[in-house]
Design a protein around this ligand. Structure first.
Ligand code: AHM
Ligand code: MG
Length: 335
């Protein structure tokens, strides 16, 4: 019999003491996310079988069509987190404003806020392509005992205490960091257990894959156009390979394993790009840095940006350090 890897549950217990201010609450929070991930995984897997495919007929706060599974994933994550008395507030891509969470006995005693994109890349669901969940965790900045406020959510990404994603792919994986590197766990669906499959994940320092929606090419800033042309030029190890799933979690996951850059720049159609700073870019940027990669808006470190709105968007360049630095050097020429 081959060796049986550590389970996520065992890993959380073993690593609890390395959390700053460890009281077991962050561990409980990761346990809750693990549970919600399994529930959503089950729903995503059976999406083709039951009548839950397609639009729910509503639009979310950003005017986009909501898919039924988006709503379901949103509900599952929020319910699971609410029931555990660890978080004082939740913000989600699918909710206009943040949700306040009280513990049952005493008001406002919980110290963490969670921001989630419950089902990212959901336009891929109908065609059976990977989707993901992204989460980001902060310690609240307002005093325990007082109601949670917007200020608790609008923290720069460098304050995150944990972040991660679930990728519902050929296998389902949970990949997360608590600021001590990045570890990946693969779900064995037969027994519903996540096993440590990818310990200490790291971006190769350099890579050969670029991931960008080239359909928007003519609308991109000159620096991005020049960088794309650079990727396509014949020279040394170039041209690079283009890979774009259109599902941030999957594109990021592949690039972290193989080496690459993901870009969602601003364009003449969207002045801040498409991706949201708080629950898409910040958690991915924290993971990227913990995996020795890099994340920027083309000029500045994502994790240093001071958020001003819950749903704000930001241009995003993320991946292997040398590739992001190269893209930044092209951006700098046209500042
Ligand atoms: P969503 O949160 O509405 O699913 O949008 C985010 C997704 C990312 O996963 C993906 O990288 C990007 O949108 C793709 O956008 P586009 O189709 O414009 O290339
Ligand atoms: Mg999203």
């Amino acid at each position: 019999m081959g060796k049986i890897n550590k389970t996520l549950g065992e890993f959380i217990i073993e690593n609890q003491s390395s959390f700053a201010y460890s009281t077991g609450e962050l561990s409980k929070l990761i346990h809750a996310i693990r549970l919600a991930a399994k529930v959503v995984n089950h729903e995503v897997n059976k999406a083709g079988l039951v009548d839950i495919l397609g639009d729910a007929g509503d639009q979310n706060v950003q005017g986009e069509d909501q898919q039924k599974l988006d709503i379901l994933a949103n509900e599952k994550f929020i319910q699971t987190l609410k029931n555990r008395e660890i978080v004082c507030g939740i913000a989600s891509e699918e909710e206009d404003s943040f949700i306040e969470v009280n513990s049952h006995d005493e008001l406002h005693q919980n110290k963490y806020v969670v921001l989630i994109d419950p089902l990212d890349g959901s336009s891929n669901i109908d065609v059976n392509v990977s989707v993901g969940t992204i989460f980001s965790v902060y310690r609240r900045v307002t005093p325990i005992g007082s109601p949670v406020t917007l200020e608790d959510f609008l923290q720069p990404g460098r304050n995150q205490v944990a972040a991660g994603y679930v990728v519902y792919g050929t296998s389902t994986m949970l990949v997360y960091t608590t600021g001590h590197g990045v570890n990946g766990f693969t779900l064995n669906p037969a027994i519903g257990t996540f096993y440590l499959s990818n310990p200490d994940m790291q971006f190769p320092e350099d890579g050969k894959i670029y991931s960008v929606n080239e359909g928007n090419y003519i609308h991109f800033p000159q620096g991005v156009k020049d960088y794309i042309k650079y990727c396509q030029e014949e020279d040394g190890d170039r041209p690079y390979t283009s890979r774009y799933i259109g599902s941030l979690v999957s594109d990021f996951h592949r690039n972290m394993i193989k080496g690459g850059i993901y870009m969602y720049p601003k364009s003449s159609k969207a002045s801040n790009g498409k991706l949201r700073l708080l629950y898409e870019c910040n958690p991915m940027a924290f993971l990227a840095e913990q995996a020795k990669g890099k994340a920027s808006n083309g000029y500045e470190r994502i994790l240093d940006l001071q958020p001003t709105e819950l749903h704000q968007r930001v241009p995003f360049f993320c991946g292997s350090r040398k590739m992001v630095e190269k893209a930044e050097s092209f951006m700098a020429k046209h500042e």
